[in-house]
Design a protein around this ligand. Structure first.
Ligand SMILES: [Zn+2]
Ligand SMILES: [Zn+2]
Length: 153
């Protein structure tokens, strides 16, 4: 009997994960923390909640990327603050820049749009938590507003 070497069946051979081109890059003020994203980033959402306003010094503006498309350099300088039951916020421990918002265990990462390198090719899409807006400014961008999260109506 001849010994038969089994050829790998077509379709079972794993292709290496195909990484698309870098679509965005950015980083903190001092440059210690840098990031890259591949794939499509979400349009920018302005968040008026009290936590964002305290953490960013004003309204937060976030885009969003899939974690699988996201990579960091200088991760040792990135610190996380558990800001609530549902999420944590990442900042540069050297310069204090507010960089990321991430739902615990989430598959995506919120990226503070102000930390992106230009050109971002992104635009604002709507406002959330407008019921928590600070009393010292007006929202005059004409974009859709949600009193709470995007799904809260
Ligand atoms: Zn920094
Ligand atoms: Zn917020």
């Amino acid at each position: 009997m001849k010994s038969v070497t089994k050829a790998p069946r077509p379709g079972l051979k794993r292709k290496p994960a195909k990484l698309g081109p870098v679509t965005a890059s950015g980083g903190c003020l001092c440059g210690a923390v840098r990031y890259k994203a591949r794939g499509k980033l979400r349009g920018v959402v302005n968040c008026h909640c009290g936590q964002c306003r305290r953490w960013h010094g004003h309204v937060a503006a976030y885009t969003n990327a899939a974690l699988a498309d996201f990579s960091l350099t200088g991760a040792r300088h990135l610190k996380w603050y558990r800001s609530s039951r549902i999420a944590r916020r990442g900042f540069c421990a050297k310069c204090g820049s507010s960089l990321f918002w991430q739902r615990h265990g989430g598959a995506t990462i919120g990226i503070a749009a102000g930390t992106l390198d230009s050109p971002t090719r992104l635009g604002s899409i709507y406002n959330i938590f407008v019921a928590h807006r600070g009393d010292y400014y007006r929202i005059a961008d004409g974009l859709k507003r949600f009193p709470g999260t995007m799904t809260a109506g």
